[in-house]
Design a protein around this ligand. Structure first.
Ligand SMILES: [Zn+2]
Length: 278
């Protein structure tokens, strides 16, 4: 299986357009610090899947050699959740003849407004998640815009936020750009995977409060901090990488000592454009 990392930043990207924090200022001064919104292209039998449709998706497709310009065929989009930084790109793809999207039922229901807007341009053809990937529930956190979604979505089969396990029969990757828990089910999937790419939004639990971006901890925001996952990641047999870095994360500075801490554990930080062969 071949993967291409299309982006590695959390919502807003690095730099975020309205932010002058040290990470964003650094990215304006040093192009090498820049990171697009987290996304992953995966070569599956017969087609390429793109995990999450970020606000950067058009540029990300342009930069992925496996996705040549084709008016009739858009990439298959697979969604881990319904957060805006993972779904706004669906609207950006409106020039397509139609869109193929796989999502869990609560995510699909939350995206009804997008579906309505897109219908006259590029109708969405929904695919059951299990025809593309195995979703593993990692959080019940809803997007703010769907805070009052119907009880129907609660009862629906599937999670608001999922880790996704992809396999081509020979190798397996588990992608979890947002994970608020490390469950036994997730651990089993990680242990059996050739490659694990997970939530590196925040370095430590207090980071969102300390930097003033939220009144909640990282865990409270649905993101286990790196400090709490790096040793567990290091103990896994497969190749392990962090993605979805927030602009407050010290790792956005390539010279930060935090990179050395991870390197000593044998854990990697994903980079935009990185190709992974499994
Ligand atoms: Zn910033």
């Amino acid at each position: 299986m071949r993967l291409q990392v299309l982006g590695t930043a959390a919502g807003g990207g690095v730099p975020q357009w309205n932010c002058a924090c040290p990470g964003c200022a650094g990215a304006r001064a040093h192009p090498a610090w820049r990171r697009r919104h987290a996304s992953l292209a995966i070569q599956l039998p017969g087609r390429v899947a793109v995990v999450n449709a970020t606000p950067d998706i058009a540029a990300q497709v342009e930069d992925c050699p496996w996705l040549p310009p084709d008016r009739d065929h858009a990439p298959l989009v697979v969604l881990t959740d319904a957060e805006l930084d993972h779904t706004l790109g669906l609207l950006r793809l409106r020039e397509a003849a139609s869109l193929d999207v796989a999502a869990t039922l609560p995510v699909r229901q939350a995206l009804r407004p997008f579906e309505e807007i897109l219908r006259p341009y590029a109708p969405i053809r929904w695919h059951p998640m299990d025809t593309v990937a195995e979703p593993i529930p990692v959080s019940a956190k809803r997007p703010r815009y769907a805070a009052t979604a119907t009880a129907n979505a609660e009862e629906a089969d599937g999670a608001w936020v999922s880790a996704l396990r992809f396999t081509d029969g020979r190798s397996t990757v588990v992608y979890a750009p947002a994970m608020g828990v490390w469950t036994p089910e997730l651990h089993t999937a990680f242990r059996d995977a050739d490659c694990v790419i997970i939530d590196g939004t925040f370095w430590d639990d207090e980071e969102p409060r300390r930097t003033g971006i939220s009144s909640q901890t990282a865990t409270g925001m649905g993101h286990l901090p790196i400090e709490e996952t790096m040793e567990r990641l290091a103990a896994l047999p497969g190749r392990c990488l962090y993605t979805h870095l927030n602009n407050t994360n010290p790792l956005v500075d390539p010279d930060a000592l935090h990179h050395k801490v991870l390197a000593e554990l044998g854990v990697e930080v994903a980079a935009d454009g990185m190709v992974i062969e499994l």
